[in-house]
Design a protein around this ligand. Structure first.
Ligand SMILES: [Zn+2]
Length: 225
């Protein structure tokens, strides 16, 4: 086997409403012979996969998405030099994505997780973001999934802005809207992409097979040959 790189954020307590998670221990050694916990997770917290139902009422649920979608060759698009609050343009992804082949997984690498912690407000309010033309260029490469190591939509920052700043913005575009109608799943908040040494790797983004949900936290790993 090649070198394994874990691209997954550990699931820990978090302040962001859609990243909330709770755990409780319901069996302990002082009352019995085993330790057992119950964990409640947001389907869109931490490193996770999205199914089309996330954005479209008739979209597939996660259990209806073929497993092949989340396993395969991934093409890393190097955007590590893209700074805070910077739009990722079609020109950028086309200039740096020449190695992308149809049917793979496109991974946008900004190393944002190294530049800001997701535990800080800045991670959410100052991230680079994907423009619609960039998403459409990626769509034209016919990927089966697209992964991001940053909050991919400008509008994801809105809940965390003060009202005066919030009032200055109207953009509601999110890359989900380009990919999910085409059956292309999104893989959000991967991390550690700086540990990869190659621009083409094997990627696995495996979530538990929860029936009827539109996404779920996943263990995402890359294997470099
Ligand atoms: Zn999601």
């Amino acid at each position: 086997m090649g070198r394994i790189v874990d691209l997954t954020h550990p699931i820990e307590p978090h302040w962001r409403p859609s990243w909330l998670n709770e755990r409780r221990v319901h069996a302990t050694f002082d009352k019995g012979s085993w330790h057992s916990s119950i964990v409640t997770l947001s389907c869109h917290g931490f490193t996770h996969v999205d199914a089309p139902l996330h954005r479209f009422p008739d979209g597939k649920t996660l259990d209806q998405v073929p497993l092949e979608t989340f396993i395969g060759t991934a093409y890393i698009v190097d955007l590590a030099d893209v700074g805070p609050n910077t739009p990722i343009t079609a020109e950028m992804v086309s200039a740096r994505g020449g190695h992308i082949r149809p049917g793979g997984i496109v991974v946008l690498k900004t190393l944002w997780d190294q530049k800001a912690s997701h535990k800080t407000k800045e991670f959410w309010t100052t991230a680079p973001f994907v423009t619609q033309p960039a998403a459409e260029w990626i769509l034209g490469q016919h990927p089966k999934a697209v992964a991001f190591d940053f909050p991919p939509a400008f509008c994801f920052r809105y809940p965390h802005l003060d009202p005066e700043e919030r009032a200055r913005h109207t953009d509601r575009y999110a890359p989900h809207e380009t990919f999910l109608p085409h059956g292309i799943s999104t893989i959000e908040y991967v991390c550690n992409l700086g540990k990869l040494t190659r621009n083409t790797v094997q990627l696995f983004a495996l979530a538990p097979n929860v029936v009827g949900v539109e996404g779920f936290p996943a263990r995402v790993i890359a294997i470099e040959e």
